[in-house]
Design a protein around this ligand. Structure first.
Ligand SMILES: Nc1nc2c(ncn2[C@@H]2O[C@H](COP(=O)(O)OP(=O)(O)OP(=O)(O)O)[C@@H](O)[C@H]2O)c(=O)[nH]1
Ligand SMILES: [Mg+2]
Length: 244
């Protein structure tokens, strides 16, 4: 299908489940044997050369600078995905692979994609990738910023990519930058006022994007506030989607 996937991190599945037992169900999950879950792999780490592998995929998408790579680094527990405070950073497809079963072989794959909203040319180019990857994803974390007021571009991108209820049901809205919601403070954690404002922001986003309120989770990838909630909810949703 012409997609180049760079592998930034490879590990046995237990590395992930030690930290996040909520993903343990994947050990028994039946990965569909259709085209969307099948990859032709040249994987040096496991020496799978020109081999067919199967994968459940969780993809992280959203506008540039919203913290997609930071979110995945926190999940993996290491800085394997490049992040940048100023310039557009991710320009290709990068992923982390957790090997679930060596005999099949099968993987849980977490993918970091370039941000949308850089330029019209780049977006046209990336939209094609996004659609392909969306098709091949079981769960999508759509990253937004909690401290932002205008979601017009995000809404446009979202409605363009998720144009059917079938696509929308794969989505969890990951409302990052919770630490920057007003009233911002220097102390760690969130104040009750910040939590109240985050709740209101999540209500608004649920309405605007037409996503179930339970699937909008505020967190901070940078300092880890409510990150476990995002992971637990995402794993629960993935489990539901794979067993339907
Ligand atoms: N304060 C705060 N900063 C964050 C948070 N998440 C990410 N950042 C910072 O935002 C900047 C951009 O983060 P990235 O993870 O590179 O963003 P990205 O979405 O991957 O960007 P592209 O690869 O360009 O699409 C980095 O300097 C991060 O440290 C957060 O929750 N709070
Ligand atoms: Mg990035």
């Amino acid at each position: 299908m012409g997609l180049t996937v760079h592998i930034n991190h490879e590990a046995e599945f237990c590395e992930l489940t030690r930290k996040y037992p909520c993903f343990g169900f994947l050990g028994q999950a039946r990965i569909p044997r259709d085209d969307d879950h099948t990859w032709r792999t040249n994987d040096r780490h496991w020496e799978y050369v020109d081999k067919t592998t199967h994968a459940v995929q969780m993809m992280v998408i959203g506008k540039t600078g919203y913290g997609k790579s930071t979110t995945l680094n926190r999940l993996v527990g290491r800085d394997v995905f490049d992040t940048d405070a100023v310039s557009v950073c991710t320009k290709d497809l990068y992923c982390g692979m957790y090997r679930i079963d060596s005999s099949v072989p099968s993987f849980f794959m977490v993918s970091d994609l370039p941000g949308v909203g850089e330029s019209h040319y780049a977006d046209d180019h990336y939209y094609g990738w996004y659609r392909d990857m969306l098709q091949r994803s079981d769960l999508v974390l759509y990253v937004l910023r909690a401290d932002q007021r205008d979601y017009a571009i995000d809404e446009m991108v979202f409605s363009n990519l998720f144009d059917s209820s079938d696509k929308k049901r794969k989505v969890v809205i990951a409302l990052n930058y919770a630490d920057k919601i007003e009233p911002v403070r220097r102390a760690p954690g969130l104040s009750p006022e910040q939590r109240r404002n985050l709740g209101l922001r999540a209500d608004e986003i649920s309405r605007k994007f037409g996503v179930d309120r339970r699937d909008v989770i505020a967190y901070s990838a940078q300092d880890g506030v409510d990150f476990d909630r995002l992971v637990t909810h995402s794993a629960g949703k993935l489990r539901e989607l794979l067993t339907v």
